[in-house]
Design a protein around this ligand. Structure first.
Ligand code: 9PG
Length: 563
């Protein structure tokens, strides 16, 4: 088999060019003026709508900070300095943690939207209303471009606004809702999810024991995460589920809750039956090499080509199958795979191709299923998802020194990473339910301090999306009561600053999660290179995975032996 190709794309407009200020027109916001290279624009109440494949706005002196918006759920969103961040490591994981096209981009940049904080505390936001667009800060210009020239039917629009941060982001969200739609009306769900306790070590017995222990805890959904399937691509129950998926859904539904299931439907691994029976369904580069979607589960990851009609049919049928097993809540993960650059069966911008895939998925599921998208490119998921994971995974630790300092990787699992990016994506709340990942109540095996656990619970409250993976077997009486009252209580939330909220009148400040480590130099940089190299070696990732598996198997055995 040929090795995977790293995803790249030829971007038409050079994102590096500066525009001569003399050729610009002024955009006026009160007394503030911003020269812009764009000619067709429309003044709205709260900003300008502009139409252009690329755009440059000249900034005044004294710009203080840049807002970067990561491509998919796990990619960093946050306020940074005016220098590009170090390239995160390991590179093998770029396709699954950032937009790989821009992993080494030399300027501060982000997907669809960027903003700067000006000397007076107001912000200037440049946000695309269409897909396949990117923003950067290049010297004193905020610039944006669409990766593809406009098709006849398409408007390549931008929104520019100036003013207080909250108002400006809300105005942008309003236009996104008009263009891409909002998924509405269903109430947000309170979810127990198997991942953050068992990881892939789940089996039927341990799940039944856990569901029984959760009988009196007011969850709406009991969700089975990764570990039930034969392989990534082969979405049938494996030998650990001898009663099949109905065995689980029957038990869950008998208690009046919804059954939830995790899948990664746009991914495929080389060991799967799917990959071997349909190699032509896999996203490839110009030379016919499969495009790398990263590495996980001890194997390279590939993506399905969602412009292939047979793939679209297969996706819709898979979703129907999941519904017929009795699942009404689905967590679809690693969805970025559908939007990686590559040569598609039908030539189409990569994010439009992804959105077609998600549309087929939604059609297969039906409008009444609750769809949580995860590892998902943000804008192309709007209007089709009920809920969207808005940050990287949590973990029962605040921050990993290795990942944060040496690898400079804010997309790896940790409480701090999850809080940072989720808070900086709260502006999406009018468009989709915002899932910040689970909170913890159980202290067993948890290295978070009480204040840090509280901060994750507060994050869930402000996102209005409450989930946990805590095991009823290990919750103390007090912890269990705290979980139940957290689920029963609907807090009043008021945002009073970028990182501060009033929760039932109590001031909560998330600022401690916002800092980023200093850029690695000297010995830190050297150790980072070594750690980054090791982290890109499949044998190292396989070894780390095996150590985790051994610990988890012990845990599951312990519970299964309890009577
Ligand atoms: C199941 C999990 C859980 C979790 C998801 C997702 O290698 N990685 O960078 C990486 C990132 C996230 C991740 C797994 C691997 O987690 O967010 O809730 O469902 O998949 O495998």
């Amino acid at each position: 088999m040929r090795g995977p190709a790293f995803p790249r794309s030829g971007i038409k407009w050079s994102p590096y060019q500066l525009i001569n200020e003399e050729n610009m027109t002024n955009l006026q916001f009160g007394t503030a003026q911003f020269p812009c290279n764009c000619e067709t624009f429309q003044r709205m109440d709260n900003g300008y709508l502009l139409e252009s494949t690329n755009i440059s706005v000249q900034l005044p002196a004294g710009t203080k900070a840049y807002y970067t918006h990561g491509w998919q759920s796990w990619s960093l969103a946050g306020w940074t300095g005016l220098q590009a961040l170090p390239v995160s490591k390991p590179a093998l994981l770029h396709p699954l943690q950032v937009d790989p096209v821009y992993a080494r981009h030399p300027h501060p940049n982000g997907s669809w939207v960027g903003a700067v904080e000006l000397a007076d505390g107001n912000i200037l936001l440049l946000g695309a209303l269409g897909l396949d667009s990117h923003v950067q800060l290049r010297e004193r210009q905020l610039q944006g471009w669409y990766e593809n020239a406009a098709s006849d039917s398409e408007l390549q629009q931008w929104f520019i606004a100036h003013g207080p941060e909250n108002e400006v982001f809300q105005a942008y969200a309003h236009f996104l809702g008009e263009r891409l739609g909002k998924r509405p009306a269903q109430a947000t769900q309170q979810v127990w999810c198997s991942w953050y306790s068992f990881y892939t070590a789940i089996d039927e017995q341990v799940l039944h024991a856990t569901f029984a222990g959760l009988a009196d805890v007011p969850f709406d959904v009991l969700q089975v995460d990764d570990g039930w399937q034969l392989a990534i691509g082969d979405w049938e129950p494996n030998a650990k589920f001898p009663s099949g998926m109905e065995g689980l859904t029957t038990t869950i539904r008998a208690t009046g809750r919804k059954a939830g299931l995790w899948l990664a439907p746009l991914l495929v691994v080389p060991s799967s039956k799917l990959y071997n029976s349909h190699p032509d369904w896999v996203l490839q580069d110009e030379n016919g090499k499969p495009i790398s979607a990263g590495f996980n589960w001890g194997e390279p990851l590939y993506a399905l080509d969602t412009t292939h009609p047979l793939v679209l049919g297969w996706l819709a049928n898979l979703m129907k199958q999941v519904r017929s097993w009795g699942f009404d809540y689905v967590k679809l993960d690693f969805l970025y795979a559908g939007a990686l650059p590559g040569k598609r069966y039908q030539s189409k911008p990569r994010e439009a191709a992804y959105r077609d895939g998600l549309t087929a998925i939604r059609a297969g599921l039906g409008a009444d299923a609750y769809l949580l998208t995860c590892g998902a490119p943000i804008l192309p998921s709007l209007g089709l998802s009920d809920a969207l994971r808005i940050g990287p995974d949590v973990a029962a630790l605040w921050e990993s020194q290795r990942d944060a300092v040496f690898l400079y990787n804010p997309a790896t699992p940790s409480a701090k990473n999850a809080i940072r990016t989720s808070i900086n994506r709260m502006w999406l709340a009018p468009l989709v339910h915002t899932d910040p990942d689970v909170a913890y109540f159980c202290t067993r095996g948890n290295s978070l301090e009480p204040g840090q656990m509280q901060l994750l619970q507060d994050l869930a409250a402000v996102c209005r999306f409450k989930a946990t993976s805590d095991l009823p077997q290990f919750l103390t009486k007090t912890e269990r009561e705290a979980l139940v009252s957290f689920l029963q209580h609907e807090a009043t939330i008021q945002r009073v600053g970028r990182n501060t909220f009033l929760i039932d009148g109590r001031k909560v400040d998330f600022s401690q999660a916002m800092t980023l480590p200093s850029h690695p130099t000297g010995i830190t940089a050297l150790l980072g290179e070594i750690a980054g190299w090791l982290g890109s070696q499949p044998f190292v990732l396989r070894l780390l995975g095996r150590l985790d598996q051994a610990r988890l198997k012990k845990l599951v055995k312990e519970i299964n032996n309890q009577k």
